[in-house]
Design a protein around this ligand. Structure first.
Ligand SMILES: *Cc1c(COP(=O)(O)O)cnc(C)c1O
Length: 426
């Protein structure tokens, strides 16, 4: 089955046509950005928010790093090729995408591990406070990591979960050590106001820990401008760093001198090659590094970030708006008849770069779409999730995705029993 449904449009004549979408591609100033990625022909990839595609330059870069830098230079590579500094080099590049000045972002570890580190540091900054506030719909790893950290500390810390950000702001009080929030909700796509929440937290003496998993590379973020305290984020989603890519962490300059590292590895030491018995933290951000950086993975991530740095974040956001609005208008025009309920906010300003719908047969619908080479994902219990990465998506891809979604439901193609078999990874 082809992704293109050229002859038959399931949408009302007032909705944008496939020809309109093609015309938008023809005049799209960001159209060439797609050339920086290797995507299978005929695939409409709406899952870059889960695993971004392969940056075109990455295979050769890794081949060169292996054959020449590692293969020829061996141990000398650490100095000769700047491997030891690579977490900071790549971190500074990521910083440009998220409003973070040089020396405040390190690319290292995983999102979950970085959360563990900065949350522990936040609690150490507020030793008399015992509450961490978050939202019940937060990504589970964030909640699990916090809970595990509290158990380990054994000092009576607790998570207080609320159902909305309005409620969260109300709940901040003098026992709140930190507000821990994912800026763009992974399930609904709702975009939270970083500046307002940070201001509310600071007004009560609390710190903020922002998870940028669905923000970094998807929309302009201004960590310094919002006076955020700590942030973490993911390398393999919109930053296209590859499966299991290193993640990143941000520590505001003003908090670096007192940052206490819970995982005291030798590379966070002031002078690792003195091999001292006692841990002395390095100055600045280096103290947040635990151990030897994953060089090949960092170089892959760097290719993804470099591909993104060619474009302005504001232009990326503008295209994200245009792409998601077409999809929303098309799907909204038929959604009610098809039993699809939009879960993401209607207004673009309130969303990240994704759109989600609920449907009782969500899982099977997503599988049927994948068979037609339209790749989104499913999030339990009943959410169909579509991510729109502006660097490589075309308007016509979005049109085809919406048309196939409508067609799969209208024709009940998803009822084929093969689409009901649950995979371990959705
Ligand atoms: C994807 C994601 C993570 C991923 O955590 P890993 O440690 O990389 O597995 C964490 N938080 C949020 C909100 C996510 O969306």
């Amino acid at each position: 089955m082809q992704a293109s449904l050229d002859r038959h449009s399931p949408f009302p004549s007032s909705a944008p046509s496939r020809a309109d979408a093609k015309a938008m591609d023809a005049s799209d100033p960001m159209g060439r950005a797609r050339d920086h990625f290797l995507l299978p022909a005929g695939l409409v990839y709406l899952d870059g928010n889960s695993l971004g595609p392969l940056p075109r330059l990455a295979p050769n870069r890794i081949f060169q790093a292996m054959r020449q830098e590692w293969g020829e230079d061996l141990i000398a590579g650490w100095t000769k090729h700047g491997w030891m500094q690579l977490p900071m080099t790549v971190g500074d590049k990521i910083g440009k995408l998220i409003g973070a000045p040089e020396g405040t972002v390190a690319a290292c570890d995983t999102t979950s591990i970085n959360l563990y580190k900065v949350l522990a540091a936040a609690l150490a900054e507020r030793p008399k406070r015992r509450t961490v506030l978050s939202d019940r719909g937060n990504f589970p790893t964030d909640l699990y990591i916090a809970d595990g950290l509290f158990k380990q500390l054994g000092q009576g810390h607790r998570l207080k979960l609320v159902d909305s950000v309005g409620e969260l702001v109300e709940a901040i009080d003098d026992d709140t050590a930190a507000v821990m929030l994912t800026q763009v909700d992974y399930r609904t796509g709702e975009l939270h106001d970083m500046e307002a929440v940070t201001r509310a937290a600071h007004a009560k003496g609390a710190l903020t820990v922002w998870d940028l998993a669905h923000s970094a590379g998807a929309l302009p973020v201004d960590l310094a401008g919002c006076d955020a305290d700590y942030a973490i984020g993911c390398g393999y989603k919109y930053l296209n760093g590859g499966p299991g890519a290193p993640a990143f962490l941000y520590i505001a300059k003003r908090l670096q001198a007192t940052y206490s590292q819970p995982l005291q590895g030798w590379l966070g030491h002031a002078e690792p090659f003195k091999f001292e018995t006692e841990f002395r933290p390095a100055a600045g951000l280096q103290r947040a590094i635990v151990s030897s950086p994953s060089i090949l993975s960092l170089l892959t991530l760097e290719c993804g970030v470099d591909a993104m740095l060619r474009w302005k974040m504001d232009d990326i956001r503008a295209k994200s708006e245009a792409l998601t609005e077409i999809f929303r208008i098309l799907v909204d025009s038929v959604g009610e008849n098809l039993g699809l309920a939009r879960v993401s906010p209607r207004e673009f300003e309130k969303r990240g770069s994704q759109l989600c719908y609920s449907h009782p047969h969500g899982y099977a619908i997503v599988q049927a779409l994948i068979e037609r080479r339209v790749v989104g994902d499913f999030r339990a219990p009943d959410i169909l999730r579509f991510g729109f990465a502006p660097l490589y998506l075309r308007y016509v891809d979005v049109w085809d995705a919406a048309a196939n979604l409508a067609d799969v439901i209208e024709t009940r193609a998803y009822e084929d029993p093969k689409f009901a078999v649950r995979a371990a990874i959705t």
